[in-house]
Design a protein around this ligand. Structure first.
Ligand code: TXD
Length: 309
């Protein structure tokens, strides 16, 4: 079977680490693209030189030329500016929408059959921009956020309870912003509802920490934002698409009718496979959860309305 071809645009912190995780998983051959001259080629070479040690055979190259991305199966877009301390995700909107638009125009030209995965912030808005500019059907455009936010919640619960991260399942829906909605009713440890293991106060504490997890890392790092967990989450979603694993992962997906919405990208549980977003799973939300979700959707719509594409 021919190897899959993966393009990652933006060879910065998230992009380069995503290439490393994907290499380790042997998901395919990887092309790193950036506007900075030489840098993507340098990082690609560095990862290639790690491959004999870890034993993966992906061909990894870096380039400034979109021609080299031709025929990609999956294109991950991390190009843009990262949040700086004190800067909100919304502050990024103008700069990053221009970047994402330019990137999408280039990648679609060379890879009209690719799946697009958007990572650039503000995520729920940028994935909308990518979809709009690409002209692709919505099931081939997806945003990465819920995979990361859920992983963060899972990490915090495992730290709180002293149990394996492997046994913790969690679901965070809504936008990738302060209004994200961690769902405690859909959070379990080996199938045990979290409410049987943690006090309400402790649950609220880990859910609050999850909402602020991006900011917590930004303020510790001083420059740049999180990249190890974000890039791992990218690779997790890429694996589900490229290996047709059909995992159920919260992703920013186009909801038109689903959840009663009228054409908005927002984090919801998705079955991810070779068909991209193969299904949006409508879970039952109680009144409080629904109100929080609606509030998050409202915030996204407010940002999307500011766009002039
Ligand atoms: O959950 C999530 N979705 C996120 C999102 C989690 C973590 C990071 N998140 C966002 O991803 C973050 O707020 C940024 O918007 C992106 C990328 O974050 P990263 O930490 O990787 O930023 P870097 O290291 O600054 O890398 C960005 C790269 C950098 O090398 C630039 O030169 C490049 O993007 N860049 C471009 N490449 C190609 N084409 C254009 N036009 C371009 N502009 C910048």
């Amino acid at each position: 079977m021919a190897r899959k071809k993966i393009t990652i645009v933006g060879a910065g912190h998230v992009g380069a680490h995503a290439a490393l995780w994907m290499g380790l998983k042997e998901l395919g051959d990887i092309v790193l693209v950036d506007i900075v001259e030489g840098m993507p080629a340098g990082k690609a070479l560095d990862i290639k030189e790690a491959s004999p040690i870890e034993g993966f055979d992906s061909i990894i190259t870096g380039t400034n030329d979109y021609k080299d991305t031709e025929g990609s199966d999956l294109v991950v877009i991390t190009a843009g500016l990262a949040r700086k301390p004190g800067m909100s995700r919304s502050d990024l909107i103008d700069k990053n929408s221009g970047i994402v638009k330019a990137v999408v125009e280039n990648v679609v030209k060379y890879s009209p059959d690719a799946h697009l995965m958007v990572v650039t912030n503000p995520l729920d808005v940028m994935v909308y921009v990518a979809w709009k500019v690409s002209g692709l059907p919505p099931h081939r455009v997806v945003g990465m956020a819920g995979a990361l936010d859920s992983a963060r919640l899972r990490a915090f619960i495992s730290m709180e309870l002293g149990v394996s991260v492997e046994d913790v399942q969690a679901m965070v829906i809504g936008g990738h912003a302060d209004e994200m909605v961690p769902l405690k009713r859909y959070t379990t440890v080996s199938g045990i509802p979290i409410e049987q293991l943690m006090s309400e106060e402790a649950i609220q504490r880990v859910m609050d920490r999850t909402r602020n997890a991006g900011g917590e890392i930004v303020s510790l790092l001083k420059t740049g934002s999180a990249y190890y967990a974000p890039s791992a989450a990218v690779a997790e979603m890429a694996e589900s698409i490229l290996k047709d694993k059909k995992r159920i992962i919260p992703c920013a997906a186009y909801c038109d009718g689903k959840y009663g919405l009228d054409g908005v990208f927002v984090g919801v549980p998705v079955r991810l496979g070779a068909g991209g977003v193969e299904e949006i799973i409508e879970i039952e939300l109680n009144e409080e959860e629904r109100a929080l979700f609606d509030n998050s959707v409202k915030a996204i719509k407010g940002l999307v309305a500011e766009l002039n594409l």
